[in-house]
Design a protein around this ligand. Structure first.
Ligand code: PLP
Length: 328
């Protein structure tokens, strides 16, 4: 634990968020499942914008940007990208210029995250209906152009999933471990979502370095298991390189990954996930959205009902609330 703490302390963090985030039980949800000890880790309440996992990645990525004396952050994603909005908010706080690049037409009505982008007055570039690859290439070209004008741009690559970004969840694992010990909580299994795999990689790596105090279950919202596993592995190896603490295990041995709850893929509701978007607020007064946070709950409930989990569980709420307001 101290070894991990010391290694993380050596990496520059931009310290933008409010941590530790709350960790508390979900009593009415427990009752609805007739299952005890269901906890939620409120990473939706981490202090910037409407919160979410990307703030933890940005702590380290923007730390690196500051270390490199960067004056402009370039970030890209779909219109409702949580990363773009949260990067814009974090850059406002840090007084760094931010440019968001979207592969879509500029809409006439700004809703969800786009409304927030407007309020924070970030510079937005709408490329029209180009592919994600073309969008990413545009970001690289823009960065080169800014450099030739004497600027110091920093591009946030791959949806913030990188060895550096994932350290946010290595740090989060340490945070959860400390809360569990201090409050003597019975948590045995942690449930998280898997998009590009950055959250999962960080958590699995942190859990490994702590001697695997938790079981980690990754619910894919996007890719099939082999693809997600490959992404997680690559990211862990990058993080290990940065931190200098090796990962001498396999992803298979350190977590369970399932793609059973993603439906027809990223952004597409399933009947069960759509139902949860209504159910959780009605039980607990906590909002979730359709793309990421609802599908993890569907998977967690199903695995509990099938008795594939025993003992206390912790659901990590990764935020994404800005997009909820564009989903209806
Ligand atoms: C990006 C995101 C995730 C997934 O994170 P990855 O690191 O891409 O796996 C989960 N939840 C929300 C709300 C997100 O915005």
């Amino acid at each position: 634990m101290n070894r991990l703490k010391e290694a993380l302390n050596k990496i520059r963090s931009s310290s933008i968020g409010c941590f530790p985030t709350p960790l508390h039980p979900l009593k009415r949800f427990e009752n609805s499942l007739s299952y005890q000890d269901i906890y939620i880790k409120r990473d939706d309440l981490n202090g910037i914008g409407l919160g979410g996992n990307k703030i933890r990645s940005l702590e380290f990525l923007l730390g690196q940007a500051i270390e490199n004396n960067c004056d402009t952050v370039i970030v890209y994603g779909p219109l409702q990208s949580n990363l773009c909005t949260l990067a814009a908010c974090a850059c406002a706080k840090l007084n760094i210029k931010c440019i968001c690049i979207h592969n879509a037409e500029e809409p006439t009505h700004f809703e969800g995250n786009l409304l927030l982008n407007k309020l924070v007055n970030v510079e937005s570039i709408f490329l029209g209906n180009v592919s994600a690859e073309e969008r990413n290439q545009y970001a690289v070209e823009l960065s080169e152009k800014l450099k030739s004008q004497g600027k110091q741009p920093y591009i946030i690559l791959n949806g913030a999933t990188s060895g550096m970004g994932a350290l946010g969840y290595t740090n989060a694992c340490l945070e959860i471990y400390t809360q569990v010990k201090e409050q003597n909580l019975p948590i045995k299994t942690i449930f998280i979502s898997g998009g590009n795999g950055g959250v999962a990689a960080g958590l699995v790596y942190g859990n490994y370095l702590l001697g695997q105090p938790f079981k980690v279950v990754v619910i894919s919202v996007e890719d099939d298991v082999p693809t997600l596993r490959t992404n997680i592995k690559r990211t862990i190896l990058e993080s290990a390189q940065i931190l200098g603490l090796p990962f001498d295990s396999s992803v298979e041995d350190c977590c369970l990954i399932t793609d059973e709850y993603r439906g027809s893929g990223w952004g597409n509701n399933t009947v069960e996930s759509e139902a949860f978007v209504h159910r959780l607020p009605q039980l607990e007064g906590i909002f979730i959205e359709n793309v990421y946070t609802s599908k993890v709950l569907v998977g967690m409930e199903d695995l509990i009902n099938k008795q594939k989990v025993t003992g206390g569980v912790c659901y990590i709420h990764t935020g994404g609330l800005g997009s909820l307001f564009s989903q209806y």
